[in-house]
Design a protein around this ligand. Structure first.
Ligand SMILES: *Cc1c(COP(=O)(O)O)cnc(C)c1O
Length: 369
């Protein structure tokens, strides 16, 4: 029998190879077309991505961090404003807020879903006046409690921007993540559920005025061309990435379904073990960007898995309020415990159910030892 292959948290090369013929053809088409930045491929992708999400407008930008920054600015966040977000996320979420000169205020998470707690948000909105915008993160592919968050934000006059960098295609009920707030930011970093072969991002907004502002901000604040109406930046999406994303978009739902089937297998086989499993889909339908287990014995589990060439990830080991760049006095015990306990098992669509079973076998063996 051959050695089992190593399993990783993500495999962007496998995703490329699954679409190699069509991607190579798309790249050749762009190269021959002579348009390399903000051309017909970007426009077509923006239409297709918006149609996939729901009623509204998509604007391609250079990456997910700038999508967050421009979305926040487009809904009115400016220097000195406070933005309520969570601390168990990638640094990019807070970096986008700080880029504007605004200040992140961290909100405690729900112990089960590990996304923003509506109860904690209510307290922050009441006690930390004024909060200009709320920035929930749909972590690991699971949408945050958007109906409750929207109601609270509306009641306090705060705007809402969704961080959808891990939630391409996720839903609450029948409505996609990204269509609940005043704007949403997506990343197309190669390891995301919809990934380019380089950097890319997009803002989605149901309001044409918000989308227009992003369109202006992504290119020097121009409106019309050659006249800057706001201090913009350069955050353009290029034609090659847009063409690649157009090849991959039609497979997003099928790839998310493979992730969901992997997740169901983990949930079935690992039930009752000495760890805490992520909640199964209910109202919120995850697209399983990560399958996040929790255990105070994370380190021993990681070591055992790695010895069998199964490489789990730790997303994210240090909450933002404990990182030098964002350090603050806030106490967030639920967040801190989640960051200390979480480990993410490989769940991407390049894996087979046999790979998932191998992960389950090893974890169960570790638990019995
Ligand atoms: C990936 C990610 C981002 C940043 O996206 P980039 O394209 O890397 O700038 C922001 N927020 C979350 C939750 C992410 O996972």
């Amino acid at each position: 029998m051959s050695e089992p292959r190593p399993l990783f948290p993500a495999d962007p090369k496998a995703t490329y190879l699954a679409h190699a013929g069509a991607i190579n053809a798309a790249i050749a088409r762009v190269l021959a077309g002579g348009h390399y930045i903000l051309g017909p491929e970007v426009e077509a992708f923006e239409r297709e991505w918006a149609a996939y999400l729901g009623d509204g407008y998509a604007v391609g930008v250079a990456n997910g961090t700038e999508a967050l920054e421009l979305a926040l600015r487009a809904v009115g966040v400016a220097a000195g404003d406070r933005v309520a977000t969570v601390a168990n996320t990638v640094s990019a979420t807070a970096a986008a807020i700080q880029q504007i000169g605004a200040e992140p205020v961290f909100v405690e998470i729900d112990v089960t879903t590990m996304t923003m707690s509506p109860g904690a948000l209510a307290e922050v909105l009441t006690n930390v006046q004024p909060i200009k915008a709320v920035l929930p993160v749909h972590l690991y592919g699971r949408p945050a409690a958007m109906p409750e968050i929207m109601e609270l934000a509306r009641a306090h006059g705060a705007k809402v921007v969704e961080d959808c960098a891990q939630a391409h295609g996720a839903k609450i009920g029948d409505q996609r993540a990204g269509t609940w707030g005043d704007a949403a930011a997506f990343s197309f970093y190669p390891t995301k559920n919809l990934g380019a072969l380089g950097d890319g991002g997009a803002v989605f907004a149901t309001d044409a005025t918000v989308a227009d502002r992003v369109r202006s901000l992504r290119q020097y604040g121009w409106k019309p061309r050659y006249v800057s109406v706001a201090p913009g930046r350069n955050s353009r999406l290029d034609e090659l990435q847009a063409a690649i994303l157009r090849v991959k978009l039609p497979s997003l739902d099928a790839e998310n379904a493979v992730r969901a089937s992997h997740a169901r297998r983990y949930l079935q086989r690992l039930a009752g073990g000495p760890w805490q499993l992520p909640p199964a889909d209910e109202r919120a339908k995850s697209v399983w960007h990560q399958f996040a287990l929790r255990s105070p014995r994370r380190h021993a589990m990681l070591t055992h898995l790695a010895a069998h060439d199964i490489h789990a990830g730790v997303l994210y080991p240090v909450p933002l309020h404990h990182q030098p760049a964002y350090a603050c006095e806030q106490k967030l015990p639920v967040t801190e415990q989640a960051c200390a306990e979480v480990l993410c098992l490989p769940v991407h669509p390049g894996l087979t159910l046999a790979d998932i079973d191998r992960g389950c076998d090893e974890l169960l063996r570790w638990a019995e030892a």
